[in-house]
Ligand binder design. Structure first.
Ligand code: DGL
Length: 313
């Protein structure tokens, strides 16, 4: 009897505070901050708890089962921090683990592939769509399936472009890359070696005459000037960030869990990287706002817990 009453009090307390809880967002590194940027723009009252698994980045070359394990560890860790919704801001982790995590957690879980596929279907006029992503995402064929489930007569060409992930994550150690990230609209800082990599990856798509190119990796929106320079102005470049943020907004609105706006949003940044200062520097460049503090979480803290069904308790 007492136990029931205590639980009821606990649950009531949770329910009354739920709108103020943060949205949990994670990626293998800093790429998911491109999704955070969009969420902050569309939902400025929301608090964000961002998790970048930099120590284990890149995810792309790993087997899907391993990526699934990492994604489950992070989601369960985020749930323990009391988040009201989780965004898997990583295409590779979405391909490997979205359904499993949705089944395991009691909060809504949103991936980035369905929103990206939707945006591509809206954009293409010729029904010839290119997708670039990590090896894990491309080999899973998740984009072709998602796009063709929406419109069967679209031809999808996919190619893994893993060096693009390296270029972004190297920004952690390379001030020239950080300059590029700060100056997203300009191609002024694009080095010839990066241009060469982009040409090698992207010329096949030009020959295939696609009119739309999906950035099937959340790191890639940081390289839009580079990618656009090679693809030319006629090809629409699609990032799933905007569409994903829209999904977050509609799910929270439907659940009546949007932040009230009475309290200032509080953002928290967490990484498995050993050097949190580097993460803060590149993160600040991506979000165009100062990240004053980044907290480090060890793999032990992350992985040791049980992966049984979790609750707000
Ligand atoms: N940002 C991740 C994605 O969207 C991948 C980067 C990686 O290989 O870790 O797939």
């Amino acid at each position: 009897m007492l136990e029931t009453a205590l639980n009821a009090t606990k649950n009531d307390k949770c329910i009354s505070n739920i709108n103020d809880l943060p949205i949990g967002v994670f990626d293998s590194g800093v790429g998911g901050l491109t999704v955070v940027r969009e969420i902050m723009q569309q939902l400025p009252n929301e608090s964000i708890l961002y998790f970048g698994d930099t120590l284990r980045c890149p995810y792309g070359p790993r087997p899907l089962d391993e990526i699934k394990t990492f994604a489950r560890q992070i989601s369960h860790w985020l749930l323990k921090q009391d988040v009201k919704l989780i965004v898997i801001a990583c295409n590779s982790a979405t391909a490997a683990a979205l359904e499993t995590i949705q089944q395991e957690l009691i909060v809504p879980v949103i991936g980035v592939v369905a929103p990206g596929a939707r945006a591509a279907v809206k954009a293409t006029l010729t029904n010839r769509v290119g997708v670039i992503g990590t090896e894990a995402t491309v080999n899973s064929d998740i984009y072709s399936k998602a796009i063709r489930a929406l419109q069967e007569n679209i031809t999808v060409f996919s190619e893994a472009t893993p060096s693009f992930v390296d270029i972004v994550e190297q920004g952690l150690h390379n001030s020239e890359v950080i300059d590029d990230l700060k100056d997203r609209t300009s191609s002024a800082h694009i080095s010839s070696s990066r241009l060469e990599i982009a040409r090698t990856y992207l010329s096949p798509f030009k020959s295939l005459d696609v009119d739309t190119l999906v950035l099937g990796c959340t790191h890639f929106p940081l390289l839009i000037p580079l990618i656009a320079q090679v693809m030319g102005a006629d090809v629409k470049i699609i990032s799933s960030a905007e569409e994903t943020a829209r999904d977050v907004a509609s799910v929270l609105a439907y659940r009546e869990q949007l932040a009230s706006g009475v309290k200032e949003p509080k953002h928290r940044y967490v990484t498995t990287a050993l050097n949190t200062d580097e993460f803060a520097e590149i993160g600040s460049a991506i979000l165009e706002k100062n990240i004053p503090e980044v907290q480090s979480v060890s793999l032990d803290e992350l992985g040791a817990g049980s992966l049984a069904k979790e609750r707000f308790e």
